[in-house]
Design a protein around this ligand. Structure first.
Ligand SMILES: [Zn+2]
Length: 260
């Protein structure tokens, strides 16, 4: 990866900054230098530089082979799945779903802010996907966390306007901390520990992400108050968004009335 966490001050550092501060691999006497490891933003394990001796390849940070599970090392798909809830409460699930659709404008606006430009079609696809898997049945899922599920089950590719203007050039992926292996683990954390890691990647050649494309990361706290104490305009959306969502909202509201 192209960024790591500074071992002492916890800032994001690039390989160049790391070498400037901790020295090159080989010292002036030709001996291997002892350097403190940079840290991985997701698993906190040590990272070392690779590629620094070969001018033909980029110098990047890499995990040690035996460092164990880390979400960033998973280059393929996300590991988080919406699983059937054994302990579901149908009334609560119905209420949650209805509340979500009543407040969809707030959810869309907050979702968009988390991702940093999002596509309404992605949002609709995520609603349909999550609905099919009965996300509403998670007993510990709060309304403001429905969009957190959306964030961690999908990658967000760059967003362009119809005219081809770039709104977001990076590929974005959200992870939980490495201690969290499933959505269920996440619901059982205390509110203060509910954080996500937002990783931005350069668009890979081919379709597959790998840690080598990671260009930036930040820790994102889960917003608990966008429904109870919304920002100005939190409940308004442009007309074209309203139009795109109309059918989806109507369909789900109708289905809920039929099943009441
Ligand atoms: Zn890691």
């Amino acid at each position: 990866m192209r960024y790591a966490v500074h071992p002492f001050n916890k800032a994001a550092i690039s390989p160049l900054i790391y070498e400037a501060e901790f020295g090159k691999r080989i010292d002036e006497n030709g001996n291997k230098r002892k350097r403190v490891d940079a840290l991985c933003p997701a698993c906190d394990k040590g990272l070392h530089l690779v590629g620094d001796l070969d001018p033909k390849v980029d110098t990047i940070f890499s995990h040690y082979p035996s460092s164990g599970f880390c979400p960033i090392k998973e280059s393929g798909k996300h590991k988080y799945r919406i699983l059937p809830e054994a302990d579901a409460d149908p009334d609560r699930a119905r209420q949650l779903k209805k509340a979500f659709f009543d407040n969809w404008r707030f959810h869309w606006n907050r979702f968009r802010q988390y991702v940093g430009h999002a596509d309404i079609e992605d949002f609709i696809a995520l609603i349909e996907y999550a609905d099919k898997r009965n996300v509403w049945h998670y007993r510990h899922l709060e309304e403001h966390e429905v969009i957190i599920v959306f964030l961690v089950i999908k990658d967000f590719k760059p967003v362009l306007t119809h005219e081809g203007k770039v709104l977001r050039k990076h590929w974005v992926r959200f992870w939980f901390d490495s201690a969290v292996r499933s959505l269920d683990d996440f619901w059982h954390l205390t509110e203060a520990n509910k954080v996500m890691l937002k990783a931005s990647y350069k668009v890979p050649e081919g379709e597959k992400l790998s840690p080598d494309y990671l260009t930036n990361f930040q820790v994102v706290e889960v917003d608990l108050t966008y429904l109870s104490d919304p920002d100005e305009g939190g409940g308004t959306v442009p007309n074209y968004i309203e139009l795109k969502m109309k059918k989806t909202v109507k369909k789900h509201m109708k289905k809920m009335q039929l099943s009441a």
